[in-house]
Design a protein around this ligand. Structure first.
Ligand SMILES: NC(=O)c1ccc[n+]([C@@H]2O[C@H](COP(=O)([O-])OP(=O)(O)OC[C@H]3O[C@@H](n4cnc5c(N)ncnc54)[C@H](OP(=O)(O)O)[C@@H]3O)[C@@H](O)[C@H]2O)c1
Length: 342
């Protein structure tokens, strides 16, 4: 087999992977495996990586219906549990896609993910984006939905009430947000009966989002960081000429050389030590991405050096969610500190 992660009999003891305690007291492994194949890696390859990752010590898997591979991932999870790993040892996240925000769609959509993943509950279910805007999978960056809507808090809360019902029904242990901003989260926290346990957000050394990060932590939520190594395999539609690459940053490269690891590992070590939960995607490097957090921590000086290389460089800009002609992607992210008006 060509995959180095599968060639040798190596593994990380899951007890050595740091954990995050959620407000319910539940514990979530502080590194998860991302499962978005970025349009390039097939569902079967991702599913194989899930099985391989579980064998080397991963217990946390970040899934979503829109990744188009939950059925294949579910078959792998079933095999994983057949090897003696108990369901309670796993942390499985899935996400509600944007065309399923309707009050009658939320529970059905969660049940579909559960059936595909072959589970009877999820540890975490996220509203994937705060915009109820359908766009076809694989569409390019200029694609816009004629029915696109901005964030309308009243409507979001109707969706959230259904998310809360999923907890009441026992189908989901925790619910959370993703791709929200401080002003949106303030309203959600004010009005939620069951508050979000986590916020999933883009986080890497070139996009540290200090204000949102602190807000999330100060409000008793856990930050989960996507694109933790700068998503080198992201689809063409998510690339712009201004984007920077954290794994090529001289500060990261130098620290990597000092520790004898790949720059990606430095990004992951930094994320875990800072307090977020990175969910790196990998079909080829998943072992090293987990192993790197179990030993040889970065020094305080190295942590400070990485804190200083934030470029405020958002990679996943979300252009397809824009709802008005002539808008730029910043409108999605409430950059003026207020929810962008409709
Ligand atoms: N909530 C959201 O809206 C949202 C948005 C985006 C992503 N996500 C989640 O976050 C996960 C991670 O984000 P992402 O996949 O975009 O970006 P990422 O994890 O930063 O980057 C993944 C890419 O990095 C490569 N890679 C991983 N480890 C490496 C290593 N040690 N050395 C060299 N290359 C390495 C992978 O290639 P190999 O396979 O060859 O290792 C893959 O191409 C997704 O899979 C998804 O689960 C969520």
């Amino acid at each position: 087999m060509g995959n180095p992660d599968q060639q040798e009999n190596r593994a990380v003891d899951p007890a050595k992977v740091p954990q995050r305690e959620l407000f319910t007291g539940a514990r979530m492994p502080a590194v998860g495996l991302g499962t978005f194949g970025s349009d390039q890696v097939t569902a079967d390859q991702v599913a194989e990586a899930v099985g391989g990752a579980a064998a080397v010590g991963y217990r946390h898997f970040d899934c979503a219906s829109v990744y188009g591979n939950e059925a294949e991932v579910g078959a792998s999870l079933e095999r994983v549990m057949g090897t003696g790993i108990r369901r309670e040892e796993l942390w499985i996240t899935s996400k509600l896609w944007n065309d399923k925000h309707g009050e009658n769609d939320v529970i059905a959509s969660c049940r579909k993910s559960l059936a595909d993943l072959r589970l009877d509950y999820l540890d975490l279910y996220l509203v994937h984006w705060p915009f109820p805007n359908f766009h076809p999978p694989h569409c390019d960056v200029t694609s816009r939905s004629p029915d696109a809507r901005p964030y309308i808090h009243e409507n979001f809360m109707k969706t959230w009430r259904r998310m809360e019902e999923l907890v009441d029904l026992g189908l989901v242990r925790h619910i959370g947000t993703s791709n929200v901003t401080v002003p949106k989260l303030k309203l959600i926290l004010r009005d939620a009966r069951i508050k979000p346990a986590v916020n999933e957000m883009e986080l890497h050394p070139h996009f540290q989002q200090p204000e949102l990060f602190e807000f999330v932590v100060d409000n008793g939520m856990q930050p989960i960081g996507y694109c933790p190594i700068g998503s080198p395999g992201r689809p063409e539609r998510d690339r712009t000429p201004e984007d920077t690459t954290p794994t090529q940053d001289p500060v990261i490269v130098e620290i990597a050389q000092r520790h004898g690891v790949n720059p990606a590992a430095v990004c992951i070590k930094w994320a875990v030590q800072r307090g977020q939960t990175p969910i790196p995607f990998s079909v080829n490097h998943y072992y090293e991405n987990l192993a790197c957090v179990a030993s040889d921590p970065l020094t305080s000086e190295e942590m400070r050096a990485i804190a200083a290389i934030d470029h405020d460089c958002r990679l996943i800009k979300g252009q397809v969610f824009l709802w008005k002609d002539g808008q730029t992607w910043e409108a999605l992210w409430d950059v003026n500190g207020e929810i962008t008006p409709a």
